[in-house]
Design a protein. Sequence first.
Length: 272
Amino acid sequence: MQGDTVLGRSPECHVTIEDPLVSRMHARIVIQGSQATIQDLGSRNGVRVNGEPIDTVTGLRDRDRIRIGMQEFVFLAVSPKDPRIASKSTGFLQHCERCDYPYPEGSPVCPNCGYEATREPEESTLSGVVGDNKANWASQLLLELMDRALAVGRWEEAEQVLKRARAAVDERLAIGEMDPSQLSQLLGSASKIAQTLQAEHWVTWIMESCARIRRAPSADVVARLRTVPLRHHDVVIRAIDAIVEEQVPAARDEALGIAALLQWRKELSVQE
């Protein structure tokens, strides 16, 4: 569409995005003739094109990926003669082979990720991860957004991201598909939120998540959790017992984490 398109959280925008990490007036896309550009309108969390932050008016090309808050869009440059839009919808939905997004059957191009059903999928390089699958990429995006909010002291905003991540993390832990490095990063960020907001529910969630996979959190995470006053000591004690039961630490960090848990358990037992 020729002209300006403003994206943001405000209902006054041309495209309204319900996302706490999106500013009221976040970005502007301008199309003039065959040229398209995007501009960050001074948003708090910035705009990324193909994984890179922009700070000036930036040109857009076909299949460029635009990230705003927790949302990702694919810019498609099409014309009335473009074969990608020549097919008419049959009224049925198909799911993209790459991202599982539903879109009208008969259209060869996924409107979410730009994948063409007639060719082999390309390896994604977004966020610097080649060949990353959808679940891992989504988790990494949430971690980046959470860490960015934490870096500027937006604790409530970071907690909102953590709430969004919680269901997906629980599901992936249940089926054993949570990447260990992502889990460690997530627990570190979640423990900072728990400590700063003095939120017992995040303490219990972290401990129960670790108990589910029988893995000790780091000593740093335990140190943060120990500063949060608890009303339900028994929940944490049960989680600690499940983690340390018959576990033989294979690395120094694991040994330090277990030692920290055992010391915390002694303190909690005295407080009961």
